[in-house]
Design a protein around this ligand. Sequence first.
Ligand SMILES: [Zn+2]
Length: 264
Amino acid sequence: MRRPVMQIDILPVFDDNYVYLLFDPDTGTSGVVDPGAAEPVLARLRDLGRGLDWILLTHHHADHSGGIPVLRRETGARVILAKKDVERVPGIDIALDIEVGEGDRVEFGDREFRVLETPGHTRGHVAFWFPGEAALFCGDTLFSLGCGRLFEGTAEQMWASLSKLAALPPETRVYCGHEYTLSNGRFALTVDPDNPRLRARMEEVERLRREGLPTIPTTIGLELETNPFLRPFDPAIRRALGMETASDVEVFAELRRRKDGFRG
Ligand SMILES: [Zn+2]
């Protein structure tokens, strides 16, 4: 008999954040990724009749971590977070919580995920990859058709982090921290206007958003075809920027700089 897949529920909070609820039906293990707010998570858990075992945190920003103190108090869940973020997240108990870094393998029920350090948006940012589920939770590093802003890291660091994610199997489903796909795509079309896969994806994204539906998950394969931040080596993008002879990092940095100033 085929093993049931891990359930992943998408919970929109605030204007455009996504919180993800994880459930392993084999063991009843329950988790949440980046709970910026506690109340919507508690309400959904009540509806599902579930407790909460684990809180997975990609980075310290309040719109991802703000729900942690209340969730801990109400459910007893333990936090899995980057070693580098322990000092920056309120209410972490180093006796109970799990600090992780690059390459760590962590059990979730009888499944397993791996920790990938992805600095750039913040210096402590991590992503969680479930190889057996073909699922990636990457916070504010890779977005559908875009990437996170460089608040604490350099373009070199972010390009290295994105390259690491881009090397995951193409079927990997990407669950990112925000619903930014429509505005990211409008920017992407300014630097990659003749990409037929990008145009087709934008038609789908516009339809999904009109219907009030998430554009998430995307996949690594789809992002490789459509996301300009994963393709600074692409001759068409380089031509659009007038940077045919620049390095990949230079092209990536210019894309990020233009996106920062883009009002689409
Ligand atoms: Zn953030």
